[in-house]
Design a protein around this ligand. Structure first.
Ligand code: ADE
Length: 218
């Protein structure tokens, strides 16, 4: 899976690429993450990426040309989706993550400021929001989408069972069935309070444990 990310804040992605399972997946070539600095596609001395809106109004808009040129610079993959991250987009869901995981190439356009010149609509496949709240831009949102899609790819998770056990299925609004889990110590003490691991999990009785897990799944 190849991810291309168009942004004016390329450094925001540094630690995302360097840590944990994402860094491992990059090393193992399960994914690639290509960060494209939109500023490199400006043509003026000041590398201007924003301008005031026609008709007036508060704030600045991202200009269309640098984004278009950045998009044009990408190798045209057959099996790709161009996604604009925007609080006004369609709600991102687990179902969408599954759908995206079947593509070869996802291109993210990270908007900033008050938005992007509306003519961007002619050059994208869809607009996605990660939730009903407003971020400073699409960068964090693109990382959310990349992470949820990556973990669905074959060999991304070292332990295959972890994906199966969390019942992430393809239904919209999937019930994320998971039971409470505990690790050492058996008794966690805070002052005179004791927080204990449920007895049954220590019993070694697999049938009872399975029943308990089922009963305590949400
Ligand atoms: N940009 C700003 N807010 C956003 C959101 N909620 N989802 C995706 N992109 C955004």
């Amino acid at each position: 899976m190849k991810f291309d990310v168009l942004t004016i804040f390329p450094n925001l992605f540094d630690s995302f690429k360097k840590e944990s399972l994402i860094s491992k997946a990059l090393k193992n070539k399960i994914i690639s993450i290509n960060i494209i600095d939109i500023r490199n596609f400006t043509s003026d001395k000041h590398k201007t990426v924003d301008d005031t809106p026609y008709g007036g109004g508060a704030g600045m808009l991202m200009k269309i040309e640098p984004i278009y040129k950045a998009l044009k610079s990408l190798k045209k993959e057959k099996d790709r989706r161009i996604i604009l991250l925007s609080p006004g987009g369609e709600q991102f869901t687990q179902k969408k993550a599954v759908e995206y995981s079947k593509f070869k190439n996802l291109v993210f356009i990270c908007g900033r400021y008050e938005g992007i010149d509306a003519r961007i609509e002619n050059f994208i496949d869809e607009k996605i929001s990660i939730g009903p709240y407003v971020l400073n831009g699409g960068e964090v949102a693109s990382m959310v989408v990349m992470e949820s899609v990556s973990r669905l790819l074959p060999n991304f998770l070292g332990n295959k069972d972890s994906l199966n056990e969390e019942t992430f299925n393809e239904k919209e609004n999937a019930d994320f069935v998971e039971y409470p889990q505990f690790t050492r110590p058996e008794i966690f003490k805070v002052g005179n309070k004791q927080y204990k691991v449920p007895e049954v999990l220590l019993s070694g009785n697999h049938k009872l444990i399975e029943e308990w897990k089922k009963k305590n799944s949400k």
